[in-house]
Design a protein. Structure first.
Length: 120
């Protein structure tokens, strides 16, 4: 049975490093790799398992921008990554300052547009 798509916004593939701190039962922290991003959520690759529903604080460092971006998100799903490089997770953004969201989306869209131009 196919999985029903529930996203409201298109996710754009990206590669970005982030630091994270889980604030729930797992209480883990470390480096995450952001795989995709949209207005309301992100997909990440983590070294350790997080619990569904757990809140996680993120610090993103966008290349070319000296000011970090902070966000809090909630884990909506996790599963072993296909390439066995860690745990894949989908998170819903709970809080991010509007200016930070605009900066992050500018970075993600510019990377996506660069890829589109290269494929033309």
């Amino acid at each position: 049975m196919p999985i029903k798509e529930r996203r409201k916004f298109f996710r754009i593939a990206t590669e970005l490093e982030a630091e994270y701190w889980a604030k729930g039962p797992s209480m883990v922290s470390g480096q995450a790799k952001v795989r995709d991003f949209c207005r309301e959520g992100l997909g990440v690759l983590l070294p350790r398992q997080l619990e569904q529903g757990e809140h996680v604080d993120f610090t993103f460092r966008v290349p070319g921008d000296n000011v970090p971006i902070f966000a809090t998100a909630q884990v909506t799903w996790t599963r072993d990554a296909r390439d066995r490089a860690g745990i894949g997770a989908g998170l819903r953004l709970l809080s991010m300052k509007p200016l930070d969201l605009a900066r992050m989306l500018d970075f993600v869209y510019s990377k996506w547009l660069g890829g589109v131009k290269e494929s033309l």
